[in-house]
Design a protein around this ligand. Structure first.
Ligand code: FE
Length: 208
């Protein structure tokens, strides 16, 4: 693949340019889409529907329901530990980019954080489409080299006693972080618990 060093330097979170030219990848996607539509191989409305589905209908609320159920149903939590794909499918969340799920449980002494160093692998059925920063080169490289530094930029400072474990997604395995249940939530319903769960909490770049 060709390198684009000049552009990479600008490609990091918190430093968005409004007016930069489209990236090589954006141009290639546009070109491919035009050719496919022109040849009648894809219907642009169908493409829009797929993007809309993952952007607005799936989103991270599915993952939040998984987390809330794990907090309130010990049997479900156990199934999530042994076979996350099957446990998540019980809630109806299946499909592409979610075929091999692994749940990572935060504990008082362990914080899990997810990255895809190679590209942008992400568990679509539970979290929807990845945020821009997740796909950025700086996050992908620095999450592994300096996870505490990255967490600090997200406003998370972890006590030294807590181990940070970084998990690199692959084409096969997708991870979902199960944050710890916040204190004082014993009386909340599953729906109320789900409302407390954030997308970044399930990627591991936030604590609840
Ligand atoms: Fe990837």
């Amino acid at each position: 693949m060709r390198q684009a060093p000049a552009r990479m330097a600008h490609d990091h979170p918190g430093h968005e340019h409004g007016q930069h030219p489209p990236s090589d990848m954006e141009l290639r996607v546009k070109a491919l889409e035009s050719v496919l539509v022109e040849k009648g191989l894809v219907d642009p409305a169908a493409l829009d529907a797929i993007v809309d589905h993952y952007q607005h209908k799936v989103g991270p609320r599915n993952g939040a329901r998984v987390v809330a159920k794990a907090w309130s149903d010990p049997a479900f939590r156990a199934r999530l530990e042994t076979d996350a794909t099957a446990a998540i499918a019980e809630l109806g969340y299946t499909g592409r980019q979610g075929e091999h799920m692994v749940a990572l449980f935060n504990t008082p002494s362990l914080h899990n954080m997810v990255v895809c160093t190679l590209c942008s692998c992400y568990p679509w059925p539970v979290l929807g489409l990845p945020p821009v920063w997740y796909k950025s080169a700086p996050y992908r490289s620095r999450a592994v080299i300096d996870p505490r530094g990255v967490l600090a930029e997200f406003g998370v400072s972890l006590p030294q006693g807590i181990e940070v474990r970084v998990w690199d997604s692959t084409a096969e395995v997708r991870y979902l972080v199960i944050p710890e249940r916040p204190a004082g939530t014993e009386r909340l319903s599953e729906a109320e618990l789900a409302a407390l769960v954030t997308r970044d909490g399930m990627i591991g770049t936030a604590r609840l």
